[in-house]
Structures are given as structure tokens and as C-alpha cells.
Write a protein that binds this ligand. Structure first.
Ligand code: HEM
Length: 492
């Protein structure tokens, strides 16, 4: 699951700056002083809009920049609300591990609240006992259904082979193409196999519908984020549409999933094999929670892994020397005949290091998912009042020159020790840490490894002639590359 941070904001800033200058006095008088004393200081902002207009399209960059001036913990204003930003490994570790009891909640955010039907499911649920039980049940059932086991590897392989065929077709055409759609279909089918118990043929109309729905959800999520800060904007002409697009897509996804649940329920008596859905139903006994958890797994599991693969292909094409090192290692340890497997991983340290480096250099959830304080809590001498939104700046950890010299440089050897073995420094946290740590980590890491090793075994990726694509990324539901085209060349 990815960032969902409410900064999808741009054009409204001028109008709001005007309104804000009029209301500045009132805001300071009524909302400011008493509360601010308890919080850390931060960059000055405008009344009413706070710091929003300074954050720009890629807020993680500005938030990381402010760390230099304001330290590891500072406060910003998102509209009328305070948010505490936590930067750097030590402070994040302290917040998410030592103060986990108080800082594992989620804030109220209009779009996410509606999307999760009032905080149901896992990703946007408050840190309650019910949430803990749901998460525990889901993780244990995911394990039972193959997460981290050979069954999962088999399912992923099926999709990798399909993807390989599709890439071979593209290679034969000789045309550069945007790999997003093909990658997205394969990753979505992995989730379908694991959770629905069946994969789809790519020409199945039902699968087309699901893919289109997922694409529409991702596209609608970005622009809707401003409604998390100013929910009342939905009443303005045109703005309401932004939110309702997301809610309509989510509802259609839930309808699709409810259909699967009904179908699987009807098969219960005829079939001894219990499905993922049936196990979840038995553990939770609440229909709507089952659908919501499945929605979380679909939305959280598909887009994140696809985006990581898109970054990986882009960085490999930009760094042919890294690609060549990976292929040499693969040729030596696996060869070209048999498919790579998870058991090869210990003998492919450079390859693993390159994948880790992609996840570091372009952290797809740079601000994680917003946390919140469930009670007043003291952190490093500051008081964070209950209900305050807490932004965990993972980007600041992965771009910290104290841990990663010249952090913008793409260099897989950062993850190798002198003996050439993989080391994973504790300052590497693309899946976050603590009670909310991504429950899909194992699945995502296995997918990244099997997809990339199999593809590199058979193909070399190159960029078409012309200016190389930007690596800055665009922030939507996650930090994704600007759409780019790539050429696939079959290996000799
Ligand atoms: C490369 C891929 C992925 C990355 C980088 C990633 C990253 C993250 C991050 C940073 C969080 C927020 C943790 C926090 O709030 O502190 C998260 C939460 C979550 N992720 Fe992932 N994720 C990935 C793939 C997946 C997959 C494959 C699934 C499911 C199959 C998944 C399901 C979830 C769920 C359900 C949550 C919410 C957890 C909670 O609130 O308790 N993610 N993920």
C-alpha cells in the first residue's frame, strides 16, 4: 500500500492565499496558540492553508529539505490542522517502535474515511483491538495461503511466464513501448491467484473490467487528496466529482469482490478445499470487513509492486552496467535454461542488492501512510496531542547522506559487504516499521525478485534514442515514474 498523503494540490493555492490573508487574525486567535505550545516548531505558513502551498507536487522533497532547518521533528500546518513530520532513522524508529502504542493510529481524512467505509479493513482503520484482530487474522491466512512459501512462487511464476511471452511479442515488433500495462496485469493476476484462488486469461472481459477499475482508481486517487485537507471543497462545482470518481471505483471493486465472495460461499458445500475468502469469513464473521480487507489487498498490493517494477526497468535501462552485472551473475548461477527460483537468491547477491537499491533510491511510499497519535504522547521532548496527524518521512531516511553517501547515485554495491554478501542496513525501510509495517512485504519482495530475474535472463532493456526520461517521479497514490517507453531486446 502506498502514500495517500493529502498534497494533490496546486491550482487552488492563489485563491486560498487571498482568503487566508483575510482570516489570519481569526485563525491565530481561535485555533493557534494554546495548542501550538505543545507541538514542535516548524516552517511558517499562511493562515487557513498553512504550509500546503510550499509543498508542491512532490511534498517529500520539501519536507526533507525542511529537516535541515527544523530538525528531525517539526510541525507543519495542513490547512487548519497541525501535522508532525518525523524525519531520519533514529526519530522514526523511536516513534514507530518505542512509542508504537501511541503512534500507530490513522488520522481522520475524508477521502480515506469514505473509501474505507468509515475505517473498515486494515490500511485506514484506527488502531483498535478490532483492527489488531483483523490484521492478525489476515496475516495468518495469507501465510496459510502461500505467502512466503513455494505455492506463492508457483503462482508468481505463472504470471512471469505470461509476461515473458508478452515482452517477447513487443521485442519482435521492435517498437519502444510503455511497460506499465503489461506489468500491471501480471501483478494483479498474482493477487487474484492468491486471494481469489484463480488467475484470469488476459482476454477475459472480467479481467479487463478489473484492470480498468484499478487504473481508474489510481488515476482518481491523486487529484482527490486535496479533499482530505478541505473536505468542504467537495461542495464546489467540479470538485465533488473528484471524490466521487474514487468512491465510485472503490464501490465497483467491492461489488466485484462481493460477487466472488458469494460465488465461493455457494461452493462451500461442494468442495473440501477452503478458499482464502472462506477462511477470512470464518475468522472475521463480518461480510463487510472481508470485502474491505480484500479491497485493501487489491489496491495496496497491485499498484505498489507494479510501480516498483516500473522504477526497476527504468533504472536498469539508465544503468546498462548494472544490468550487465546482474545478467552475468544470473548466467553463471542459474544459466539460461531453467527458471530462476527463490532458492537461487543467496547465490545472486549483486542482483538482490540492485533490487534493494531501486527500492531505496526511489522510495515509492516516501511518506508512508499517515499515522496519528491515539493519545497525548511525548517524543524527544515534544508533546504530540492525541489526534495529531503524524507524517513518517521514509524519504528522509533513504536520502540521508549520513547513511547513504551521495544518496541520489544509483549504486547497488551499497548493499554488499567486502565479501560480496548482501547487507541490509537498518536504515532501509521501504515497507516502514512497527505495528503498521506493510503486511505484503514478503509477497512484494518475492515478486520483485522473480519478475526481474526472469526478465533479465531473457531480455535486455534499453531506452529509445532521445533525452532520457526524468527520474524525479510524480506523486499520486505512490511515487511513480513519469510514463516512459522502453525497448526490449532478446538476449543472444
Ligand atoms: C513494493 C511493494 C510495497 C511497498 C513498498 C509497500 C509499502 C507499504 C508501506 C510504507 C505501508 C505503510 C506502513 C505504515 O503505515 O507505517 C504499507 C501498508 C500496507 N501494505 Fe504495503 N507495500 C508494498 C506492497 C504491498 C502488497 C503486495 C500488499 C498486499 C498483498 C500490501 C498491503 C499493505 C496493507 C494492507 C497495508 C496497511 C497495513 C496497516 O495499516 O496495518 N502492500 N505498505
Amino acid at each position: 500500500m502506498a502514500s495517500y498523503v493529502p498534497f494533490g494540490w496546486q491550482g487552488l493555492s492563489a485563491a486560498l492565499a487571498f482568503v487566508s490573508s483575510i482570516s489570519s487574525l481569526a485563525v491565530d486567535t481561535f485555533f493557534g496558540k494554546g495548542k501550538k505550545k505543545k507541538l514542535p516548531a516548524g516552517p511558517p505558513g499562511y493562515p487557513l492553508i498553512g504550509n500546503l502551498s510550499s509543498l508542491g507536487a512532490n511534498p517529500h522533497l520539501q519536507l526533507t529539505e525542511w529537516r535541515r532547518e527544523h530538525g528531525d521533528i517539526y510541525r507543519i500546518r495542513m490547512g487548519l490542522q497541525d501535522a508532525v513530520v518525523i524525519n531520519g532513522y533514529d526519530a522514526i524508529r523511536e516513534a514507530l517502535l518505542k512509542k508504537a502504542d501511541s503512534l500507530s493510529d490513522r488520522p481522520y481524512m475524508y477521502v480515506l474515511h469514505e473509501l474505507s467505509c468509515g475505517g473498515k479493513g486494515i490500511g485506514f482503520a484506527g488502531y483498535s483491538d478490532e483492527y489488531k484482530n483483523r490484521r492478525k487474522a489476515m496475516v495468518s491466512i495469507l501465510r496459510r495461503f502461500g505467502m512466503g512459501k513455494g505455492i506463492m512462487e508457483e503462482k508468481i511464476h505463472e504470471e512471469v511466464l505470461e509476461l515473458k511471452k508478452n515482452f517477447a511479442r513487443q521485442a519482435a515488433s521492435g517498437e519502444a513501448f510503455d511497460p506499465s500495462h503489461l506489468l500491471g496485469c501480471s501483478v494483479l493476476n498474482v493477487i487474484c491467484s492468491m486471494i481469489l484462488g484463480a488467475r484470469f486469461e488476459q482476454d477475459d472481459p472480467l479481467f479487463h473490467r478489473l484492470v480498468a477499475l484499478m487504473d481508474r482508481t489510481v488515476a482518481a486517487m491523486g487529484p482527490s487528496q486535496i479533499l482530505n485537507v478541505f473536505p468542504w471543497l467537495r461542495f464546489l462545482p467540479g470538485m465533488g466529482q473528484t471524490g466521487s470518481d474514487v468512491f465510485r471505483c472503490a464501490e465497483e471493486i467491492r461489488e466485484f469482490l462481493s460477487g466472488v465472495i458469494r460465488e465461493q460461499r455457494s461452493q462451500l458445500n461442494n468442495n473440501d478445499d477452503v478458499s482464502f475468502v472462506q477462511s477470512l469469513e470464518a475468522a472475521l464473521k463480518e461480510d463487510d470487513q472481508v470485502t474491505m480487507i480484500m479491497q485493501d489487498l487489491f489496491i495496496g498490493g497491485a499498484e505498489t509492486t507494479t510501480t516498483s517494477l516500473r522504477w526497476a526497468l527504468l533504472y536498469l535501462a539508465l544503468h546498462p552496467e548494472v544490468q550487465e552485472n546482474m545478467q552475468t551473475e544470473l548466467d553463471r548461477e542459474v544459466g539460461r535454461e531453467r527458471r530462476p527460483s527463490l532458492t537461487d537468491k543467496p547465490r545472486l547477491p549483486y542482483t538482490e542488492a540492485a533490487i534493494l537499491e531501486v527500492q531505496r533510491v526511489r522510495t515509492i511510499a516516501p511518506l508512508s501512510i499517515p499515522h496519528a497519535a491515539s493519545q497525548d504522547v511525548e517524543l524527544r521532548g515534544y508533546n504530540i496531542p492525541a489526534g495529531t496527524q503524524v507524517l513518517v518521512n521514509l524519504w528522509s531516511v533513504h536520502m540521508d547522506p549520513a547513511h547513504w553517501p551521495d544518496p541520489d547515485r544509483f549504486d547497488p554495491t551499497r548493499f554488499l559487504n567486502e565479501q560480496g554478501k548482501v547487507v541490509r542496513p537498518e536504515q532501509f525501510l521501504p515497507f516502514s516499521i512497527g505495528r503498521r509495517q506493510c503486511p505484503g512485504e514478503q509477497l512484494a519482495r518475492t515478486e520483485l525478485f522473480l519478475f526481474l530475474t526472469t526478465l533479465l535472463q531473457h531480455f535486455t532493456f534499453e531506452l529509445p534514442e532521445g533525452a532520457p526520461p526524468s527520474t524525479e517521479g510524480v506523486m499520486g497514490i505512490s511515487l511513480s515514474p513519469t510514463p516512459y517507453k522502453i525497448c526490449v531486446r532478446p538476449r543472444e
